[in-house]
Ligand binder design. Structure first.
Ligand code: SF4
Length: 185
């Protein structure tokens, strides 16, 4: 393999597909929608108070910081680092923060760091569900249902069926591996 290849330490060839900025934006949409639905749940749950907007802003900041964490602590170990073959564009941004790391550590780094963003999927539910139990609101129900649909159905489906589908790392990636194993049984 070419020494200049970004994945010269990994025993597979990088997918040559190149994503445009528009495709990258589309691939990020489910996460962006999740961020804003989560923030809206804060606002609706706490009745538009100062605490509501503080919580919403904190959630948005956490979601953005989470993407930066992925770029800094996972992407440098990925075959798509500094290439336009990264479906969501993080790989190009990651190259501005850190150099490519040698070694086949993607799986280990993914498992170790992906948990940093997992609370984003649950915090809005912990905030909104108790509120709707105490006092029913159609608006809050709509926001919670839309959040669950986006975060737990659309976002994973989008990743597995679209963004990660052609990834040469899918057999090593903990996100894809269980599904690959299941489908091969
Ligand atoms: S495919 Fe995933 S891990 Fe690889 S560079 Fe893109 S966002 Fe980072």
């Amino acid at each position: 393999m070419d020494d200049k290849s970004p994945c010269n330490d990994i025993d597979f060839k990088i997918d040559q597909r190149q994503y445009t900025h528009t495709q990258e934006l589309i691939n990020n949409l489910p996460y962006i929608v999740m961020m804003f639905l989560g923030a809206a749940i804060f606002v609706k749950s706490f009745g538009g108070s100062v605490w509501a907007y503080s919580g919403a802003i904190a959630y948005l900041v956490y979601a953005i910081a989470g993407t930066l964490w992925i770029m800094v602590f996972i992407c440098p170990f990925c075959a798509y680092w500094n290439t336009r073959s990264c479906p969501c564009g993080y790989g190009m941004i990651a190259a501005k923060f850190r150099k490519k790391e040698a070694g086949k550590q993607f799986n280990e780094k993914f498992r170790k760091n992906i948990w940093v963003i997992v609370p984003l999927w649950f915090i809005p539910l912990f905030v909104g569900v108790p509120v709707i139990i105490r006092g029913f609101s159609w608006w809050l129900l709509f926001l919670l249902a839309a959040f669950v649909l986006d975060a737990f159905v659309i976002l994973p489906l989008f990743s597995v069926k679209h963004g990660c589908k052609a990834c040469p790392q899918k057999n090593q990636c903990p996100w894809m591996k269980p599904k690959t194993n299941l489908s091969s049984q």
